[in-house]
Write a protein that binds this ligand. Structure first.
Ligand code: ADP
Length: 353
């Protein structure tokens, strides 16, 4: 099966688990069992243990039988699903989308908003606890915003793939606008959420083992619409190696660096993402040929709420992106180096060893 189809099914399952707010495999199993025409299904925990098998068939589909689909929350795989079905993958995707659409309909926005308003009122009343409440408030608001936003991005991606029928040029153009605005907004929300978590000192590493190749595949898939919007070319070259790291934070580091590279490059330019592995040293590089960063600003830009004097693109900016990159690198014990010259471009080098 095409890798992109596997990716889309995993992606939709991720959205589903986010919407029903569960990493409970039995619950996901029950929903899929009730709504999708599967004839046999096995769900595994990440440690390889079976969590659920469709009882009537009493048959275990082996984990090494491809394809299996990852179930993820915040980039971390918490389970795998293997299923047998007479329906095509496309049909299966449609069924999952329908479940998601149904769940979204019941999504209690009003309740969420009123909860946030009371949290804010509480914050106003308790000035002395101001900082803690502000952080909690930001964390919960941004978290609630991410779920519907993920569905918007997921759905526009499906439409773009032609799952809703053929598209005219104009429709493609509008969809690309929805995708790019959605992604930019999601990046900003993720930055605020990560930053409030960091400030609240709630930050820890959720370490798992993954290949740099898989990480690059997912990161490049995410930023595709942003590249397309500016007609940019992304050159990737991978020397594959395994990482023991926090997948979501590593993913966020690359998304932040790449979205800056995109933001500060002229249209139709080239951006590079590559990994190197030599002398037991592992490196990741994000390079652009854009406007560059003056020497005097190079230290400052890693501080929170700092935007370079060259940044005229305030609408997609929080000034937190690089502060988060730096903090996430520090948490892992990685070094980040910047080489940049005005009007020539910037290169961010992450040294993992
Ligand atoms: P934001 O992009 O939200 O303003 P960041 O922390 O990601 O915040 O970046 C801080 C500043 O660093 C940016 O405002 C910009 O001036 C500068 N910067 C970051 N990456 C690049 C890049 N690739 N090229 C040029 N300038 C950059």
């Amino acid at each position: 099966m095409a890798t992109t189809e596997t990716y889309h099914i995993s992606h939709m399952l991720t959205i589903l688990s986010k919407i029903i707010k569960t990493d409970n495999l039995e619950e996901i199993f029950a929903i899929l069992q009730d709504n999708c025409e599967v004839s046999a299904m096995t769900i595994y925990e990440t440690n390889g243990e079976i969590s659920a098998i469709k009882k009537s068939f009493q048959k275990e589909l082996p984990i090494n039988q491809s394809p299996s689909y990852d179930l993820k929350i915040n980039g971390v795989t918490f389970g795998k699903i293997i299923y047998e079905t007479k329906t095509s993958n496309r049909e299966f995707l449609k069924l999952i989308s329908e479940i998601i659409a149904d769940k979204i309909k019941n999504y209690e926005f009003k309740q969420i908003i009123s909860q946030q308003i009371s949290a804010l009122q509480e914050g106003i009343l308790q000035q002395d606890n101001d900082k803690r409440i502000k952080n909690n408030f930001f964390a919960s608001v941004t978290h609630e915003l991410r779920t519907p936003l993920n569905s918007i991005i997921g759905y526009s991606e499906l439409l773009m793939q032609g799952f809703g029928g053929d598209l005219s040029e104009k429709q493609r153009e509008y969809l690309l606008d929805i995708q790019t605005s959605g992604l930019n907004l999601l990046n900003m929300i993720n930055d605020i959420l990560d930053f409030s978590k960091i400030s609240a000192e709630n930050s820890y590493l959720n370490v798992s083992e993954f290949d740099i190749e898989k990480l690059f595949f997912e990161v490049t898939n995410t930023i595709k619409p942003l590249l397309k919007k500016k007609n940019l070319k992304l050159k990737t070259s991978i020397e594959n190696y395994t990482l023991n790291a926090d997948y979501r934070k590593t993913y966020q580091i690359l998304i932040n660096l790449l979205s800056n590279a995109i933001k500060f490059s002229p249209n139709s330019d080239v951006i590079e993402l590559y990994s190197l592995y030599s002398d037991k040293k592992r490196i990741i590089v994000v390079k652009d040929n854009g406007i560059g960063i003056p020497k005097r600003s190079q230290r400052q830009i890693f501080k929170e709420y700092t935007q370079g004097a060259n940044n005229k693109l305030k609408e997609n900016s929080t000034g937190l992106g690089l502060a988060i990159v730096k903090k996430f690198c520090n948490l892992h014990g990685w070094k980040i180096k910047l080489e940049s010259e005005e009007n020539k471009g910037s290169t961010f080098i992450i040294k993992l060893d």
